[in-house]
Ligand binder design. Structure first.
Ligand code: MN
Ligand code: MN
Length: 455
């Protein structure tokens, strides 16, 4: 197998670079399209027809992308191989009317996106990224908090000296979601003539509105049509004296999406028999809803677009047959057993660091509800591909029954009749502002997807 990155460190360095850029799904999209185009992939609109070896991608709403290397066998006959991950990550979104004043300060009002533990987002340097769309359709990109000299944002917490009551509350109670708002501006308004000494200071929201107007050429109303995200400020870092782990925001699921992207780009050197493809999709963390989530028709439509460029008389039935003849690795993260939380570890069936990507036959909760539960025939096929390809991998489930559960996009893809197996990088502190992944596992995830796409 020919790979671009022989050394593990080279791959991880490139992944950390990407992760530092891809702080939002739009930024991941832009960087992924850049990487695809740099290696000869072209937008599908540039192709009237598609032949073996063609490198093509189709994006949607700047947030979801599918890319493929066209195989020797027509897609309508042979279907395709897919490595599918997501690039959205848990975070705080600014509400449509985000600016409010309280006690002399101006805050950004935030709405939780995805499953977070609220307390983990307190007293951290936070960055603001996103897109504001003016009424005339022009867009402004906002990126504050990661460039040297940038300010950051923060959510405050009470000092321990006054935290006695707080300490008695449960994890979910002690910090209401509605208070999970970042400090945006604290310079007070100039006192008015009739203000009395001893009056509480007034927040200077107009000054912030003026600042936004000057900096971004927008009015406060333009925030109504914006997608602004609060994410941890800072770049991915190596962890431990042996530097064997990476702390990063959004490993879930950029670690698998990026591995798929690189695996496809590198696999394009050889024309595959069966078309090889990847998906980097949006909205997984809120249930794969919306036009860019995998409950939409994007994937199906893209397969139809590919077939329409290969067949003289493309018919709907060809798309359906192609989907049924396709297979997929659902490229999403799972959890490692954390020695400090043995009560939830699936004893004997848990994943560990440094043992490679973990395949999960099923996700879901106690009763496997919501799982696509992959058939043993496809598991056996993947076992052979991995072992023949020299990949270090493990088989695991998320954790103990009756302790929780989770899902991925696999169920939405399996509904087409595709064989789908979950396989991705195991993480520690998943969904925390800084998640941990093993460098070896990141590298082997790339090797696993390479082996599959080339098989
Ligand atoms: Mn995920
Ligand atoms: Mn997740």
């Amino acid at each position: 197998m020919k790979m671009r990155y022989k050394p593990l460190e080279g791959y991880c360095k490139e992944y950390m670079r990407y992760l530092g850029i891809a702080k939002t799904e739009r930024r991941s999209y832009a960087e992924s399209v850049r990487l695809l185009e740099a290696r000869g992939f072209k937008d599908i609109s540039k192709f009237k027809s598609l032949k073996a070896g063609d490198k093509v991608y189709r994006g949607y709403e700047d947030r979801t992308v599918m890319a493929a290397v066209i195989g020797k066998k027509p897609i309508a006959e042979a279907g395709l191989k897919v490595v599918g991950g997501h690039t959205d990550a848990p975070r705080l979104d600014l509400k449509p009317k985000p600016l409010y004043e309280k006690g002399g300060y101006v805050y950004f009002d935030c709405h939780i996106y995805g499953g977070i533990k609220k307390y983990q987002w307190l007293v951290l340097p936070l960055a603001l990224y996103g897109t504001i769309v003016r009424k005339d359709g022009t867009k402004v990109q906002v990126e504050v908090g990661d460039k040297p000299g940038d300010p950051v944002f923060m959510i405050s917490d009470i000092l321990p000296h006054l935290g006695y009551d707080q300490a008695k509350k449960t994890r979910d109670e002690f910090y209401p979601a509605e208070d999970l708002d970042v400090i945006a501006w604290t310079t007070y308004a100039k006192p008015k003539k009739d203000d009395k000494p001893g009056d509480a200071p007034k927040a200077d929201k107009p000054a912030l509105v003026e600042y936004l107007k000057k900096t971004y050429k927008i009015d406060e109303d333009d925030l109504l049509s914006a997608e602004l995200e609060i994410v941890p400020a800072g770049m991915p870092r190596e962890v431990g004296f042996d530097r064997s782990l990476i702390a990063g925001y959004g490993h879930d699921d950029r670690v698998c999406s990026f591995a798929g992207l690189q695996a496809l780009i590198d696999a394009a050197d050889n024309v595959p028999d069966q078309t090889a493809s990847i998906l980097m999709c949006d909205k997984e963390e809120i249930g794969s809803m919306g036009s860019t989530g995998m409950q939409s028709s994007f994937f199906e439509n893209t397969v139809a677009e590919l077939i329409e460029r290969q067949e003289r008389n493309a018919k709907d039935i060809m798309v359906r047959r192609a989907l049924e003849r396709s297979s997929m690795l659902s490229a999403d993260v799972t959890a490692v057993d954390d020695p400090h939380f043995p009560d939830v570890a699936s004893t004997g069936n848990g994943a560990f660091f440094h043992k490679g990507p973990a395949a999960s036959k099923y996700t879901g909760g106690t009763s496997k509800s919501g799982a696509s539960d992959c058939g043993p025939e496809f598991v056996a096929r993947i076992r052979k591909i991995m072992d023949d390809g020299g990949v270090t991998w493990q088989m695991a489930e998320l954790g103990k029954m009756e302790k929780g559960g989770g899902g991925t996009i696999s169920q939405y893809m399996a509904r087409f009749g595709m064989k789908v197996l979950d396989m991705g990088t195991p993480l520690m502190n998943m969904h925390a502002p800084w998640e941990l992944a093993s460098k070896f596992d990141c590298w082997q995830t790339y090797c696993a997807y390479s082996a599959y796409l080339r098989s």
